[in-house]
Design a protein around this ligand. Structure first.
Ligand SMILES: C[S@@+](CC[C@H](N)C(=O)[O-])C[C@H]1O[C@@H](n2cnc3c(N)ncnc32)[C@H](O)[C@@H]1O
Length: 169
């Protein structure tokens, strides 16, 4: 497969996963967390899909289309490993959806960041929240969900945050 075809399929998978996850959270309150503003494409798509939601965007350096830059209250600037641990106080409630797109061309660095996010993200998610990610996450609280129909396995990842079991005590 050419790199062009591979790139197009990745974007198709990304869009399909975002649209699937956005559909799943219609009845689940809570903000959206977007990791990796980049050009602002997925942020723009998320705000179109979920116009009523508050979206917090994590990015270390803004380089987005001018129309796709969140207002300062919703743009969390800096390395996510420094900013995410401080965000809980700014969230009025736990997140209903998170989208992780912080991958670069460096596979070792991507794996390291994905491992860090696998630990750091779940405590910020509401029970029943959804996660779409460019990297595989490994967290007991995140159940991997198959991609939408027509999307190749492992091109993009979907997770459902497990609902806590009710205690019988
Ligand atoms: C693939 S781009 C995101 C593309 C974007 N979702 C879009 O659709 O335009 C990845 C972004 O993640 C950001 N990023 C990578 N590592 C980061 C980190 N540790 N903390 C914060 N941002 C990071 C990069 O600066 C880059 O803008």
């Amino acid at each position: 497969m050419s790199r062009l075809d591979s790139f197009i399929r990745r974007l198709e998978a990304q869009r399909a996963c975002l649209e699937y996850a956005a559909g799943q959270i219609r009845d689940l309150p809570g903000p959206v967390l977007e990791f990796g503003l980049g050009n602002g494409r997925t942020y723009d798509h998320l705000r179109e899909l979920l116009p009523e939601r508050e979206i917090f965007v994590f990015e270390r350096a803004v380089n987005a289309h001018p129309d796709c830059i969140p207002d300062p209250a919703h743009l969390i600037l800096g390395d996510v490993r420094a900013t995410l641990p401080r965000i809980r106080l700014r969230l009025r409630s736990l997140a209903a959806l998170a989208h992780l797109d912080v991958g670069t061309g460096d596979a070792a660095r991507n794996a390291e960041l994905a491992a860090w996010l696998s630990d750091a993200l779940p405590p910020l998610l509401a029970a029943g929240a959804w996660v779409a990610s460019d990297q595989r996450l490994r967290a007991p609280a995140l159940a991997e969900h198959p991609p939408p129909a027509g999307i190749a396995h492992e091109r993009y990842f979907l997770y459902h945050h497990r609902v806590k079991q009710q205690s019988c005590d």
